[in-house]
Design a protein around this ligand. Structure first.
Ligand code: SF4
Length: 726
């Protein structure tokens, strides 16, 4: 390692340690050493210190211990002839730097100086969990961190667009000579937010620690690695988190020290500066750690190659940028050229299976006016009918393919899509219209993407788009009839009716021992994979993460134990789990990876269970928030009494049926109750307890377990009359 770089790292680490000590000293004096220090909504305290040192820091005095440990990592600059062996020491100094930065940022929270304007600040555990599924299913191909500034706002936008097009989550921050890339992007009007994969973390170097402690939490959350196991945590980030840093515009000692911390955590740096390159195997996933690329047009590609990120891009023949990064982009009313559906006009979308000779592959028809004859600001009638044919296509796959319309259309920049079936709502922005986007491009997108992602089951795709009121009205009744028939068919699909369940091990890239067992009545815990999804995914990629599991000999029909499932799970979990029940929360429950939509947890005082969804941030009767509870449920572990589940499993007939199912549910957040209301009411009727939903408490009743028990007694909740859970 160059002595210039190493010297800067050590100097910067010393400065950051000094800054952290001074800030901490002031805080202790003003607030007392027992004062609490914490980031919002995390179960991992100060995550870097927790992961790397095994310290569960809650107070200012605890923060002092972190700094004492960090200090031991910084050695004096060695003699001239020892520079060759200085790499390890320099990286250790980098670790001391990022530990110091974590304390500085946590203290800023104590003084309400964070989050900074326009920046979300510390990224809560829930965001990590929700991004987990996007990283494993390939929608998000990696994480790029920009530190500094681009030569000018246009170059800043070009670099970020380049990353967006490749589905890379881009975290931007830092500054050089008082200019931050955050403001360059803001000035250019680029939309920032998680939904567009561009998130500002702060305008100073220290706040890059939000990115690093986000990455290290992946090891604790999904990898099931114990806090304090430094080598395993770093290995995890190095091998499983596809992250890199783009250092732009300038470097000082603090940036160098922070970069040293990033390198120590296995994150390579690509820079436009004339710094000496560093190539040391064993530090980063690939040999190159610090790489130079002065050409801003090539820097993103260089970063991707350096980090070894695999990107799957399909050329979509439309005149606007197209990538998953635009999925969450909204088109505001003022920016809309024309819209369809919502509450403004009638619209529908419908996918139908046909015989091969009934359709023509690639035929796109717009029946009715094109966008050129539509007035700006108008709402127009709209209907999309997609007809597909394929030797392996089944009628059961129709809803799966139809569901993709939402994301496929949203991936186009300047297009907004919401809803489904006869409740869809689409907007085309003025910019997209200006770029030449036409109605027929919806058809081009759908045909290209269905071929690309479902080519194993779909051979032909034909799309007809209706844009006249007369045609939409004519087509709608038939589509509605088909939706009803489809719902009836799917509702009749039960676990008993099939002899094969499906595995999902997609999350093993994060939680190496986790196996989801997906049955017709129990979807994957992320909520994204139903039994039919898994079945279709297996057809598409026969050697992929979704494998058929023959149930085999039944061992316990009530708890849902089958010989074939156990054998598969034992193998899939690498021997860690040898018995799993599909319907029990108390006996050998299914493992949880970390991206579950809800947690079901026993409430012993109530002889029942509570359910909490990821979006709810308040307290629960378990005495913990979702985030804290999640900290002890994930990582591919089996935790009796606790279960990570998909939302829709709650309304399944098989929901913890071994313990009595819905009758055990004593508490859930109001938002979840409201979201599932009609389905829950139906289930309550089915189990002969029509008034049960009103008896289930939420946060407006209480979050205290004893008060909850009193409430349940008052309303005669079913759980109180059931067998003891423990
Ligand atoms: S079904 Fe399970 S393993 Fe598959 S992506 Fe969802 S949570 Fe991960």
């Amino acid at each position: 390692m160059s002595k210039v770089v190493a010297g800067l790292i050590v100097k910067g680490a010393g400065k950051l340690l000094g800054d952290a000590e001074t800030f901490l000293g002031r805080a202790v004096k003003e607030k007392g050493e027992a004062s609490a220090i914490a980031f919002p909504e995390t179960a991992f305290y100060l995550p870097l210190a927790n992961a790397l040192l095994g310290l569960e820091t809650r107070t200012l005095s605890g923060a002092g211990k972190i700094l004492a440990a960090a200090k031991t990592l910084v050695v004096k600059v060695p003699a001239e002839d020892k520079w060759e062996t200085f790499l390890k020491d320099a990286l250790n100094a980098g670790v001391a730097a990022i530990l110091s930065e974590e304390i500085i940022c946590a203290l800023r929270y104590l003084y309400r100086e964070e989050p900074q304007p326009d920046c979300p600040g510390f990224l809560p555990d829930t965001i990590l969990r929700s991004l987990g599924i996007q990283l494993v299913d390939g929608r998000m191909s990696g994480i790029g961190v920009i530190l500094g500034k681009a030569p000018d706002p246009k170059t800043a936008v070009d670099i970020v667009r380049d990353l967006q097009k490749r589905n890379i989550l881009t975290l931007v921050g830092g500054s050089v000579d008082g200019v931050s890339i955050v403001d360059q992007l803001k000035e250019s009007g680029l939309h920032m937010g998680l939904e567009s994969y561009v998130v500002p973390y702060g305008r100073d170097t220290e706040s890059v620690v939000y990115v690093l402690n986000f990455a290290i939490r992946a090891a604790l959350t999904f990898g099931g690695i114990k806090a304090g196991n430094t080598a395993a945590c770093v290995d995890y980030v190095r091998n499983r988190v596809s992250a890199f840093v783009l250092l732009l515009g300038g470097v000082d000692e603090v940036k160098a020290a922070t970069g040293g911390g990033a390198l120590a955590a296995g994150v390579p740096i690509i820079t436009d500066l004339h710094l000496p390159e560093i190539k040391v195997s064993g530090v980063c996933a690939h040999e190159e750690c610090l790489v130079k690329e002065p050409d801003h047009k090539k820097i993103v590609q260089r970063a991707i190659e350096t980090r070894g990120i695999k990107i799957k891009l399909t050329e979509i023949p439309v005149p606007v940028a197209y990538s998953a990064a635009f999925e969450g982009e909204r088109v505001r009313k003022a920016d809309t050229y024309v819209q369809f559906g919502g509450k403004y006009s009638s619209a529908f979308e419908y996918l139908k299976m046909r015989k091969s000779d009934e359709i023509e592959d690639g035929k796109i028809t717009v029946q009715g006016p094109e966008i050129d004859s539509m007035d700006e600001g108008s709402a127009q009638p709209f209907g999309i009918v997609i007809e597909v044919a394929g030797r392996k296509m089944l009628q059961d796959y129709e809803p799966i393919l139809e569901r993709q319309i939402h994301k496929y259309l949203n991936y186009a920049m300047g297009i907004f899509h919401m809803g489904q079936r006869d409740m869809s709502w689409i907007r085309i922005s003025k910019d997209a219209r200006g770029a030449g986007f036409k109605i027929r491009h919806f058809g081009d997108i759908l045909a290209a993407k269905l071929h690309d992602e479902y080519g194993a089951i779909v051979d032909k795709v034909q799309v007809t788009i209706y844009t006249s009121q007369k045609d939409v009205e004519k087509m709608l009744p038939g589509a509605r009839k088909a939706f009803e028939a489809r719902d009836e068919r799917l509702a009749g699909m039960t676990d008993e009716a099939v002899d094969t369940f499906y595995s999902c091990t997609l999350c093993q890239s994060f939680a190496p021992d986790h196996v989801c067992v997906v049955s017709p009545e129990r979807l994957g815990l992320c909520g994204a994979y139903s039994w039919l999804d898994a079945k279709a995914a297996h057809e598409i990629t026969p050697t992929g993460g979704n494998q058929p599991i023959r149930k085999g000999r039944v061992e316990d029909v009530v708890k849902g134990v089958w010989e074939g499932i156990n054998t598969f799970v034992k193998d899939g979990s690498h021997g860690r789990v040898s018995r799993v029940t599909v319907y029990s929360i108390m006996d050998s429950p299914m493992t949880s990876c970390g991206c579950f939509e809800c947690i079901v947890a026993i409430v012993p005082e109530a002889n029942g269970v509570m359910i909490v969804n990821r979006e709810y941030t308040g307290e629960t009767p378990a005495g913990m928030t979702f985030t804290t509870l999640a900290g002890s449920v994930g990582g591919g572990n089996q935790t009796p009494g606790f279960l990570g589940v998909g939302r829709l499993y709650v309304v399944s007939k098989k929901f913890i049926s071994a313990e009595g199912g819905l009758k055990r549910v004593v508490w859930m957040p109001k938002e979840l109750k409201d979201a599932l209301k009609s389905k829950l009411e139906k289930r309550c009727e089915e189990i002969g307890e029509p008034g049960l939903l009103d008896k289930i408490a939420d946060e407006t009743v209480t979050t205290d377990p004893l008060a909850l028990a009193e409430h349940l007694a008052k309303v005669s909740h079913t759980a109180l009359a059931m067998e003891p859970m423990i």
